[in-house]
Design a binder for this molecule. Structure first.
Ligand SMILES: *[C@@H]1O[C@H](CO)[C@@H](O)[C@H](O)[C@H]1NC(C)=O
Ligand SMILES: *[C@@H]1O[C@H](CO)[C@@H](O)[C@H](O)[C@H]1NC(C)=O
Ligand SMILES: *[C@@H]1O[C@H](CO)[C@@H](O)[C@H](O)[C@H]1NC(C)=O
Ligand SMILES: *[C@@H]1O[C@H](CO)[C@@H](O)[C@H](O)[C@H]1NC(C)=O
Ligand SMILES: *[C@@H]1O[C@H](CO)[C@@H](O)[C@H](O)[C@H]1NC(C)=O
Length: 281
């Protein structure tokens, strides 16, 4: 469709209408809430997952969901065992009865992943389980559980809390010598107890390895089926650089630690990286 003709430098030119017809059709279909615009797994429509970590995720406006809205593929919850129940928060003073590991993470994840896996005639033959990201259904969401209270005491409660997700088949699991990836990869950090996690068979709760201690080749403890990731405090491993670029020695440290992990098939994470000044990032 065109508006009319315009004379430019003596030539007759056709002028397009300012608002394209396509915009009008989009507006009409959206206004009508057309069924053509809706599909079962549109919860994360257009959101591309990214290797970003939502540290202290419960600090976001809405735990879990704010991170997912940006495509953040890793979230972390600080978990406290108090009177037999798991609460989420940065410190004791921040805990409330409403903010439990179950209410903030387990139940929302169960609902989201259930909805990403509709049961209908189209999916009747599907053998894989979709993850939370509609644009990349095979990308798992990593959930770090930072245990704040005694790890040996908390572990059985954490494993029990994960039961709804386990029953649904949503947890990545190492069993009978085989790792099977699911929509979720749950990794214990903080006070998570290494020996007890190592002993889990099957294992669907993994251990965040110490990134600076992976270099001894004879140490066979660290495998990706125990520790899919390894982490370290950036200040300890690299040193806080302050203003300006980091030194060659610091770069060498970063390279070495990442290579140590990589050679074992383990991913690296540095926490408490410099945030200010922006140039120091
Ligand atoms: C649009 O339609 C869907 C499915 O029929 C319905 O669930 C939803 O509430 C409707 N939204 C609005 C704003 O009417
Ligand atoms: C599922 O498998 C059956 C048997 O092979 C086949 O008839 C049917 O068309 C398949 N459904 C879909 C949605 O692919
Ligand atoms: C592991 O192997 C045992 C014995 O063969 C079997 O009963 C069990 O179902 C297997 N577990 C998984 C998670 O495959
Ligand atoms: C492997 O390294 C870990 C972490 O440094 C340590 O706790 C463990 O004792 C080591 N194991 C062996 C067999 O050296
Ligand atoms: C490199 O890492 C080691 C720990 O493995 C640490 O002692 C040392 O200070 C680090 N060096 C730099 C330059 O950050």
């Amino acid at each position: 469709m065109f508006l009319g003709t315009l004379s430019v430098l003596g030539l007759s030119v056709q002028v397009a209408r300012a608002a394209a017809g396509v915009n009008q059709q989009i507006a009409d279909l959206e206004k009508a809430n057309s069924s053509q615009l809706l599909y079962p797994t549109d919860f994360t429509q257009n959101i591309v997952p990214k290797a970003i970590h939502s540290h202290n995720d419960y600090w976001r406006d809405v735990p879990l969901l704010t991170a997912l809205s940006f495509g953040v593929a890793s979230v972390e919850a600080d978990v406290w065992l108090v009177d037999g129940e798991l609460f989420v928060g940065h410190e004791m003073a921040a805990l409330t009865k409403a903010r439990t590991f179950d209410s903030l993470y387990v139940q929302p994840l169960l609902t989201i992943i259930n909805n990403q896996n509709p049961k209908n005639s189209f999916t009747s033959n599907q053998t894989t389980i979709n993850g939370v990201f509609d644009t990349s259904s095979g990308t798992p969401l990593q959930l770090l559980v930072d245990v704040k209270t005694d790890g040996v005491q908390a572990l059985p409660f954490i494993l029990r809390a994960l039961q709804p997700l386990r029953s649904a088949g949503y947890l990545s699991t190492f069993a009978n010598g085989t790792f099977v990836q699911g929509p979720l990869l749950v990794i214990g950090t903080g006070n998570s107890p290494l020996e007890q996690i190592k002993a889990l068979e099957p294992r669907d709760f993994f251990f965040d390895a110490p990134l600076t201690e992976l270099s001894v080749p004879s140490n066979t403890t660290w495998t990706p089926t125990l520790s899919p990731i390894a982490s370290t405090d950036y200040g300890v491993a690299v040193g806080v650089c302050g203003i300006g670029p980091i030194s060659q020695a610091q770069k060498d440290n970063i390279t070495k630690f990442v290579q140590d992990a990589d050679s074992r098939g383990i991913k690296s994470r540095f926490w408490d990286t410099p945030g200010w000044p922006i140039a120091a990032r």
